[in-house]
Design a protein around this ligand. Structure first.
Ligand SMILES: Nc1ncnc2c1ncn2[C@@H]1O[C@H](COP(=O)(O)OP(=O)(O)OP(=O)(O)O)[C@@H](O)[C@H]1O
Length: 249
């Protein structure tokens, strides 16, 4: 099956510093794919390049192919039209916009979507939250849930979740697991950056990004073990070892 996202030998250099050094990654249609890697490995930079945000629209070299189309150089809204969306560690605030308005806007192309159900899916009681504003009056965790509800309402083909579990308390991780499973059932392909073990449990596959390269893609538990090795050894040693094994290219 053709992957929905293909990152083909992507290199990115900023101010003379090589941040991504030839990333190869394939995300299959309909899967939950986790990205693990140490701090500074390039995970968020890769997520930004896929989204085209923060002036990162094109890699220095290589191609990002979404649904068979090269998306290098495309604006964020053009990518959104193709069905790519994202949620960040720090969710958005929209002053003066109610949760109801925000979700209706997200669901504008999906008349069959019930926004109350989307809120329930993320563990928020519609009667309590629909008239609230999407601003600082909501807690960080509540805004994160509203953002996840907006993804369920928008139903993109593909979503990038960058450390969606940050700021979510331990007891709520199971809710996030369920939300991820709901996204999968809705046919949304998920690429998530996370180190959370419980979220890895719901991933179909995972990739280890280390030193600006994907060293390996495999089942989440083996990638987690590799990541533990990566954390304790020198990144360069690990990179060379990966190359010697014929991986990570
Ligand atoms: N605009 C930029 N200019 C210079 N260096 C940058 C820029 N953006 C990112 N970097 C550097 O690139 C490297 C990768 O950063 P990135 O945020 O992608 O890592 P990460 O894997 O997401 O890390 P973390 O787990 O800490 O969030 C870091 O060394 C960072 O300082």
């Amino acid at each position: 099956m053709e992957p929905i996202l293909k990152v083909d030998n992507v290199k990115l250099t900023i101010d003379g510093k090589a941040i991504l050094k030839g990333v190869n990654l394939e995300v299959n249609r309909g899967e939950i794919h986790a990205i693990l890697g140490p701090n500074g490995a390039g995970k968020s930079t890769l997520a930004k390049l896929i989204m085209g945000i923060d002036d990162l629209k094109s890699p220095t070299e290589g191609e990002i192919i979404f649904d068979g189309k090269v998306i290098n150089g495309l604006e964020v809204y053009e990518r959104a039209k193709l069905g790519i969306t994202l949620a960040w560690q720090e969710p958005a605030r929209f002053e003066g916009v109610t949760v109801e308005e925000y979700l209706k806007l997200s669901a504008r192309n999906n008349p069959d979507v019930d926004i109350r159900k989307c809120l329930e899916e993320v563990g928020l009681v519609p009667e309590v939250y629909l008239k609230r504003f999407v601003d600082d009056s909501l807690s960080g965790g509540e805004r994160k849930r509203v953002e996840l509800a907006s993804i369920l309402a928008f139903k993109p083909k593909f979503v990038v979740l960058d450390e969606i579990d940050s700021g979510i308390d331990f007891t709520s991780i199971e809710d996030i697991q369920k939300i991820l499973e709901t996204m999968k059932e809705e046919g949304i392909t998920v690429l998530m950056i996370t180190h959370n073990e419980k979220l890895l449990d719901v991933a179909d596959r995972a990739s280890l990004l280390c030193g600006g390269k994907v060293l390996e893609t495999s089942d989440p538990q083996s990638i987690k073990r590799k990541f533990e090795e990566c954390k304790v050894c020198d990144v360069l040693d690990f990179e060379q070892k990966g190359e010697k094994d014929g991986k990570g290219r």
